[in-house]
Design a protein around this ligand. Structure first.
Ligand SMILES: *Cc1c(COP(=O)(O)O)cnc(C)c1O
Length: 360
């Protein structure tokens, strides 16, 4: 068996220990004679799996009791509509900070349900930074304030959160959830697609302060109402059972590694290796403003498309895969989520040094 270093932005690499455990439990989950994929979601085995999954997540993230944890489907993208359908109901307006493709899609969707105020945008400079925010510009009567905490495509991340006062802060954390400790009480709602830092595609995590649910507008389909899922324990219909099971194993892996404080320390160390090299390289550079750089997604360019293509091809031959950047940024992007071992970064940087020597 030959595992590569997979720098994909998502679906992304998973912890080897989790995959091994899943392989071991594949045919016969804990002596019940069937796999997790084959069992009733109403049976006692799966009940244990989903309850443990939620309990472990609550423990590692420190989720307070007045927040509900939901395991939904439809990806992070369905939340672009679910958030306004459920939350944009009082004054029918919301503030959005525009920091890339994922806010663009969220804004397009929210506009169908009310007034969207784009209070800041970094679009003019191709989203290479996080705009400075001044609370004086925020709408006092917004139903919520929306941000993407980590911009997967552009490699930017918030280092401090906007102070939105009584206006609930809604965050798309698809690509940096679980990468470091966060104070959940600062948020009204957090959501994340699983396939970056949680587990396999198919499950979407929602963490919602309970007073924000139960006010969906009346046209909201039953399945898109957070209250439906709160009342049914994410079991209104068949949940994405296997994805939930693997997510639970990933949460246990994080706990065993020392939790989110330990994740942050190693993630900083990993990112630093790459940024230090980029900042001293004569061939490669990071297009992102220093103070806004992501720990999870690191775009880099040579400025020469032919050289970029050559780099990606040669890196692939060394088992350093999926390094091609997003088409709107060009160049390369290394996604270095929790499950990417530090040896992956060391191998990448060593190869970049070698490539630089041969091509300058
Ligand atoms: C990947 C991603 C999405 C889209 O996720 P889907 O689960 O494919 O809908 C949305 N937001 C961010 C920040 C992402 O990284």
């Amino acid at each position: 068996m030959n595992r590569i270093y997979n720098f994909s932005a998502g679906p992304a690499t998973l912890p080897k220990e989790v995959l091994e455990k899943a392989a071991e439990e594949m045919l016969d989950y804990k002596g019940c004679g069937m796999s997790v994929m084959e069992m009733s979601h109403r049976g006692k085995e799966f009940k244990g799996i989903i309850e443990r999954c939620e309990a472990t997540l609550r423990e590692i993230m420190g989720i307070p009791n007045n927040y509900r944890v939901l395991f939904l489907q439809g990806g992070a993208s369905l939340q672009f509509a679910m958030v306004p359908l459920n939350l944009m109901t009082k004054h029918k307006k919301a503030d959005y900070v525009h920091t890339g493709q994922w806010t663009k899609k969220a804004i397009t969707e929210a506009k169908k349900y009310g007034t969207v105020n784009i209070i800041a945008s970094s679009e003019k400079e191709n989203f290479t930074y996080i705009p400075k925010l001044s609370p004086a510009t925020f709408s006092k009567d917004a139903d919520y304030f929306y941000i993407v905490t980590n911009n997967t495509i552009y490699g930017t991340a918030y280092k401090t959160l906007p102070d939105t006062g009584d206006v609930p802060l809604v965050a798309d954390m698809s690509s940096n959830i679980l990468s470091e400790p966060i104070d959940v009480t600062k948020f009204g709602l957090i959501f994340a697609g699983a396939q970056k830092n949680i587990g396999p595609a198919g499950v979407t995590l929602v963490i919602i302060r309970e007073d924000l649910a139960g006010h969906a507008r009346d046209i909201t389909p039953t399945l898109l109402d957070y209250q439906t899922h709160i009342e049914s324990g994410s079991m209104y219909n068949t949940p994405p059972c296997y994805s939930i099971y693997i997510a639970g194993r990933v949460f246990e892996w994080i706990r065993q590694k020392g939790g989110l404080t330990a994740m942050k320390k190693i993630n900083e160390e990993k990112a630093q290796l790459l940024y230090d090299y980029l900042d001293n390289s004569k061939l490669f550079r990071s297009p992102v403003k220093k103070e806004d750089r992501s720990l999870m997604n690191v775009p880099f360019v040579t400025g020469n498309a032919e050289l970029d293509a050559k780099f990606i091809e040669e890196a692939g031959k060394r088992g350093l895969k999926t390094l091609k950047g997003h088409r709107t940024v060009g160049g390369m992007r290394a996604s270095i989520y929790n499950a990417m071992p530090i040896d992956g970064i060391k191998t990448l940087v060593a190869f970049m040094r070698e490539f630089e020597k041969e091509n300058t």
